[in-house]
Each structure stands twice: as C-alpha cells, then as structure tokens.
Write a new protein. Structure first.
Length: 208
C-alpha cells in the first residue's frame, strides 16, 4: 500500500530557460527580473508526513520536496533556492538548486524502528546526456547530518522533460539504512555543476 502525502502549493510559476548545454540550463538575459517576480511560495516550515496518524511501518512515504523543504545554503548567483515547475516533475513542481553550493533539507518521519530504502528523484542529466548528473556526482547527501552515498539508477530515468531547456529525471538510491522511530532529515547539496533539481523523496521499509 502506498500512502501519499501532498500539500498543493498555492501558486506556481516558472523561470524561462533559454537552453541547455553541457549538463546545464542557460538562463535568458531577462531572468534576473523573473527571479524576483517568480513563485512567492514560502518554504513550508512544518512537520513532514512524518506526523501523520499512520502507524503502518509497511507504508511507503512519498514526500514532495517543494512542500517540506528548508533552505540550508543559498548561493544566489543564478537564482534563489525555490520552488519551480516542470511538466514531468511529480505534482509538476520541484525545488531548484540553481548554484554550485546550494543545499536544501527535507524533513521526514519514521513510524517504527527499522531498515529503510531512501530514494531521491532529482535531475539526472541534460538534453545531451541523460545520465550526466549521475555520472559526474553532482549531488551529495546527508541524513541526520551524516554523509551517505546515493547511487543513480538508470532504469528510473524519465522520458525527456521539455520544460525549460529540457532535461531528465531519475532516482538516486540508498538501498538500506537503519533509522529509529521519529523525526529525520535529508540534505541535498550541489557539489559539481549548477542547475540541480530535487523533486520527491521516497522512504520505503525494506523488511530486513
């Protein structure tokens, strides 16, 4: 059984991208003006689906990044860490990490002590190479402040998303991690390249 928790953002608009090359989007010259007028969706500084009444440890948590993110680092050169929209993003929305060094945190709650698989759906590549963000180690991850290694899985890569300059989505996975009942968080940081994107977090009990 899948238990999906969603909060619909009140307002969405999107940046206008001029193109995509070498694993990056290209912003048009007018995008600085667009930045200040784009989505005014406040970060949801609330508890994640972790606070639901569900106590079923077999349920898969599906946590929309745009609804539960907190900015940790915002370099601000190409744009603010913020919610943007894309055709093939879950719920058509995602958290944009525009700059090298940008970092966002997503909170989640575990209903019961156990081992869990962690998967984060992110931008996997550019128009010219759908795996480039996986292969070039664009993202780093921490769970509860400790560095963890997530690996991009090619079979999860989406069809081409023509939004903006065009790119692909895919899941980066940690097969198993032991987590205690209660609140946790995962941080996603851009450490190589620009124009990262975080769509959704999946937390699945492994039963092991």
């Amino acid at each position: 059984m899948i238990n999906k928790y969603l909060l619909k953002p009140a307002l969405l608009s999107s940046f206008i991208f001029a193109g995509c090359y070498t694993g990056m989007f290209n912003l048009s010259a007018n995008d600085n003006a667009t930045t200040s007028s784009t989505k005014k969706i406040a970060e949801k500084k609330i508890d994640s689906p972790a606070n639901s009444n569900s106590q079923n440890s077999k349920e898969k948590l599906i946590i929309e990044a745009e609804d539960y993110f907190k900015t940790i680092t915002d370099v601000g050169e190409n744009g603010k860490v913020d919610v943007d929209s894309a055709e093939l993003a879950s719920e058509n929305a995602f958290v944009a990490l525009y700059d090298l060094g940008d970092c966002a945190q997503i909170k989640f709650n575990i209903p019961q002590n156990g081992n869990y698989k962690i998967a984060v759906r992110v931008r996997s590549g550019s128009k010219s190479d759908k795996k480039s963000y996986f292969e070039n180690n664009v993202y780093s991850f921490k769970i509860d402040g400790k560095t963890v290694s997530l690996v991009g899985v090619e079979k999860t890569i989406s069809k081409f998303d023509s939004s903006g300059g065009g790119f692909f989505w895919g899941e980066m996975i940690l097969p198993t991690i032991e987590l205690s009942k209660g609140k946790h968080n995962i941080e996603i940081k851009i450490i190589n390249n620009d124009w990262g994107a975080v769509d959704v977090l999946y937390v699945t009990p492994t039963g092991k």
